[in-house]
Design a protein around this ligand. Sequence first.
Ligand code: HAM
Length: 419
Amino acid sequence: MSTFNAPKGTFDMLPPYSETYNRIRIQFGLELRDAGFQYIETPTFEDTGLFARGVGESTDIVSKEMYTFSDRAGRSLTLRPEGTAAVVRSVLQHKLYAARLPVKLWYFGSYYRYEQPQAGRTRQFTQVGAEAIGSRDPLVDVEMIALAVEGFQKLGLTDFRLLLNSLGCRECRPVYRSRLQEFLRSLDLDEDTLRRVDINPLRVLDDKRPEVQAQLTGAPLITDSLCEACAAHHTFVRSMLDDLGIKYEDDPRLVRGLDYYVRTIFEFVHDGLGAQSAIGGGGRYDGLAQELGGPELPSVGWALGVGRTMLALEAEGREIEMGADCDVYGVALGEEARREVFKLVTALRVADIPADMAFDSKKLKGAMKAADQSGARYAIILGDRDLADGVVQLKDLTTGDQAPVSLHLVVDSLKEKLQ
Ligand code: HAM
């Protein structure tokens, strides 16, 4: 019979990498909770209109990359390509903004984009994200950036760079957009790119083709066109980052693949990753809540790619300290001993000692091999004679030393040894 593989662009998150993956989730969760963020989970699919309106019809994400389908009742639904629009939808739906502002939320989950798969780019990927909804304070922009930096650093990453730009606002961006369009129309560009100049000229700045890049040298820069309020906001963010000692690179050509951004945008890139170097990105999206039918809720947030973060850790040769999966491994010889060892393993777990045992009545040799493979520091070995004596053999798997310990005392004794 034929077998199945995971669909193109998807992957199985297998051990031991899955441990790193979980660790990233736990670490960001703890860090963000300490900074006042609460966890939110939204559905995997949403009304297609949410992303069309929220992310923007002219973006590649909406125009080319969405997994859109009709359900049996004919509703158009889309697997979420990103998290921000859905989080804002949820905040509006449940009026979370009626409480203390900003509403600070974090999330972790799978996102879906129909992209050409390559190293670091998959059709299903995981993001950890954080959003601060309902504040226009530039300090919040800095807080968000600082939290992402702290998260990467706590994972042990060092070779990443923070790129920073401002996209201006509804007042100053249209002026810049026209100036940029005028400049771009004077260049030698192909049909497709010229169409892009009409729809989304800022994206042309992001065109990676050398023949396009070569012509962009004299392009007008957004940072020269910011209105007074946007310029002040940007200056504040930069000086506060300086105060915190967070290094950043001004990148006036930086643009993002989502339409909702205003003012601050940023991206984290890792130089060990090749073409797909962005390990995270975000920015301010002051108009999104209104765009989605809600009140004015100026907001800022980011999402980090968990898969790319794992590739970055690998590129830097970092291993996340995971601790032993298992401290104690039980080995039982005989049916009655199996029951006793199982009870001990259960009692160890209740005492917060990671423990496991050999199942399926393995012979001593096979069971001891499994004990070694488990990474445990101690084995508890129980045979018929031990059982009759009311003891268990406690073996230190590092030194090989072995001694009998009373069955009643073994949990306490291990607790002491493993302290
Ligand atoms: P984004 O830049 O589209 O932003 O995605 C954030 C991160 O997700 C990227 O930097 C990358 O690490 C990862 N990522 C994106 N697409 C893929 C893919 N196909 N394969 C693997 N990893 C990928 C957003 O999604 C915004 N919602 C971020 C945000 C939150 N802005 C404000 N709040």
